[in-house]
Design a protein around this ligand. Structure first.
Ligand code: MIG
Length: 676
């Protein structure tokens, strides 16, 4: 891709992607450069249309007859009013594969389900769900003729029906009459990914120490709790580079405060841990506690940094601290102000953060709660509830949090427009993390910081990574962990990982052993668990030797993973490549959903079922299996292309080195070099 500069000094790209603008879309800044819009079919209304360069798609735009108002609050643009909607449809051939969509549920191939981009705080990642915490609207269709890529750059709700309603149809429903669409086609699907990545800008890369192993748990309350974790890892002789601090460290869950009783001399404690090779990584939540005298709140009100309601007053919602205001991260002034707040912690020696609850999660809004109480009066007065009344009552109580209606009651200021929240909902976590990233870059000596977020949108990948949120200690979530990686990479999210061992639910020793054997390959490598679940620090389990050796294996892999990461960031490449993309001529490779290439040198095929002695592995070419029990204890097994049953007991990790590569150990570090 070539670049040239126009008179405004904005980079104009000569790219294979073409842009279609419908109506007056919101500029999300997902795409960094100005892609010339080749066709501006701006105002077709209510008619089906095939636009020449969106080859196989039919577009139907149901919009307003008039030009969109600058005040972008019209009801016609809501998800519930079909007057403002764009529908893209396309037939899927039997042989086509549909990849992408970033952080979503189900397999690498997205066919056969419906996905809704609508960032959601939902801790139950079951197969029937449609939304997770992220919206990454990039689709790749390939495997039958030329490959096609489509990016739907719309920050509100977008529904991707990928063969859900009709197995052979793709239908994309945009809940707005305004959209920016980017489309390209090529014989080479990997080229489409690289080109897309060059449009959205270089991925965030953390410092190398962030590739170490981290221990986290919601519920470490005091310095003593954290010291105990460090001590017990040291006693077990298991390497540890980070301990995460969850909301417990704050004073009443207030951002940029520390509970001084629990952490009497925080800077000294940070230093003490750093001297032991452990960095502390605190959490930051989106909501700012409403409390007289709390400087962040006072400044936020004064500076008009918070999201406002229709009547111009600040929205009052509730999250962990109780009542909060939400910073309007879409305003540059708010971002600068909030980003600068991280200094409170960096000045005490902190070098990394995780941003949470930034969908944003809302336990309830003050306004809605009032209505609930009013309605309760009505129920209270009843002699008896019939069953439908009872269900209504249950609903009233059970759906207080994260209500779509609440997301329509507050506004953002963005590029001279007032935007109702639901129309830009999926940008909130992105812009919170952008606020943090832009400031941290300035605060850190080398410009290097660790930062990742729960909610995201394409574009956020330039400022931080992501973790995939509240998974469970379920075997199915092992496979999900692996299957989410390629699509995250496609959207620029290279620094990513899942809560190892599972966040919710109780983790067993065998689950943890198998999970580590997967997540040791992911850039973000963190054991995290929810309050109230069984303790799952690695020293809690009996077979300490196995755990130690798995973590030692990770550390031996770090130089390779870091180099692979750096190259992927520089060359807009994937770290995790599905076999279908790496071996396009191989019929079997098309459907492999539980193996991945990691960088260029090797493949992984981990065990993800309980009580298995190993698993079937498909080799698209001859490979050498290195079956590790520790960095020093390894079986070397040359394998021919084809199917193999590979024995892998608990604590064993298989690395399948590709024929052009050679594996060596140098001073305890693994090297995979191209054969001479
Ligand atoms: O409502 O801070 O996903 O990692 O431990 C739960 C407590 C809030 C959700 C995060 C999780 C974190 C938890 N948070």
């Amino acid at each position: 891709m070539k670049k040239r500069t126009n008179k405004n000094d904005k980079e104009l790209l000569i790219t294979m992607y073409k842009k279609l603008i419908l109506g007056d879309p919101i500029d999300t800044e997902a795409i960094l450069c100005e892609v010339p819009a080749e066709t501006t079919e701006s105002s077709f209304t209510g008619v089906e249309k095939s636009v020449s360069f969106l080859k196989d798609f039919t577009i139907c735009r149901k919009g307003l007859e008039t030009e969109p108002a600058k005040e972008y609050t019209r009801e016609a643009c809501t998800a519930d009013d079909p007057a403002g909607e764009i529908i893209l449809t396309r037939t899927l051939s039997d042989r086509e594969l549909v990849y992408g969509l970033g952080e979503t549920l189900r397999g690498i191939n997205k066919r056969g389900w419906i996905y809704v981009s609508n960032n959601a705080d939902d801790p139950n990642h079951t197969e029937d769900k449609r939304s997770l915490y992220a919206s990454q609207n990039f689709l790749l269709l390939f495997g039958d003729g030329a490959a096609q890529a489509l990016f739907v750059d719309v920050p509100g709700k977008v529904t991707f029906d990928v063969g859900y309603t009709d197995l052979k149809k793709l239908e994309i429903r945009i809940a707005s009459s305004d959209a920016a669409l980017y489309y390209a086609e090529s014989e080479d699907p990997l080229l489409l990914i690289r080109e897309f990545r060059s449009l959205i800008g270089k991925s965030y890369q953390p410092p190398q120490w962030a590739f170490g192993f981290g221990q986290s748990r919601w519920g470490y309350k005091t310095a003593a709790d954290i010291r105990e974790v460090a001590d017990r890892y040291a006693e077990a002789d298991i390497p540890l580079s980070m301990i995460y601090m969850d909301i417990d460290y704050m004073d009443h869950f207030k951002d940029f405060t520390i509970d001084e009783k629990a952490f009497p001399d925080f800077p000294a404690f940070v230093q003490e841990m750093k001297d032991r090779g452990i960095r502390l990584i605190p959490i930051i939540d989106a909501g700012v506690k409403i409390e007289k005298g709390y400087s962040v709140y006072e400044e936020g009100v004064q500076g008009e940094y918070f999201c406002k309601k229709e009547d111009g007053t600040d929205l009052v919602a509730a999250v962990w601290p109780g009542k909060v205001h939400f910073p309007d991260f879409l305003k540059p002034e708010t971002r600068e102000w909030f980003g600068e707040k991280y200094r409170f912690l960096t000045e005490q020696g902190i070098e990394g953060f995780w941003n949470d609850m930034n969908e944003p999660a809302i336990f309830y809004t003050e306004d809605h709660l009032k209505k609930v109480f009013e309605e309760l009066e009505h129920y209270k007065a009843m002699e008896e509830m019939d069953i439908w009344t009872f269900f209504g009552f249950q609903d009233l109580m059970g759906s207080i949090n994260n209500r779509p209606e609440d997301y329509r009651t507050f506004y953002h200021e963005y590029k001279g427009r007032r935007l109702r929240h639901d129309l830009v909902h999926n940008l909130y976590g992105y812009y919170m993390t952008r606020a943090a990233g832009e400031s941290l870059q300035k605060m850190m000596p080398k410009g290097e910081y660790l930062l990742f977020s729960r909610a995201s949108y394409v574009g956020m990948h330039r400022y931080g990574g992501i973790w995939t949120g509240d998974n469970k200690s379920w075997w199915s979530h092992l496979l999900l962990n692996l299957q989410q990686l390629p699509a995250l990479n496609m959207c620029g999210f290279l620094f990513c990982g899942a809560d190892t061992g599972g966040f919710g639910g109780d983790c067993t020793e065998d689950l943890m052993l198998r999970w580590l054997a997967i997540s040791m390959f992911t850039p973000l490598f963190r054991n995290h668990a929810a309050l109230g679940t069984r303790n799952q620090e690695l020293y809690q389990f009996a077979q300490t030797d196995l755990f130690r050796n798995l973590i030692r294996l990770r550390y031996a892999l770090i130089p390779y993973l870091y180099d692979t990461f750096t190259r992927a960031a520089e060359e807009n490449d994937l770290i995790f490549t599905p076999l279908s993309l790496a071996y396009p001529a191989d019929e079997r490779a098309r459907t492999v959903e539980d193996q991945l290439l990691v960088g260029k040198a090797f493949m992984i095929a981990p065990v993800y079922t309980q009580n298995a002695s190993g698993r079937y592995v498909y080799l698209p070419e001859d490979m050498t299996l290195y079956r590790f029990r520790s960095p020093e204890d390894v079986d070397v097994i040359p394998l021919k292309a084809g199917d193999h049953y590979v024995e892998l007991s608990l604590g064993e990790v298989g690395i399948y080195v590709r024929p052009d590569y050679e594996f060596k150990t140098e001073n305890g570090v693994f090297r995979f070099t191209v054969k001479a």
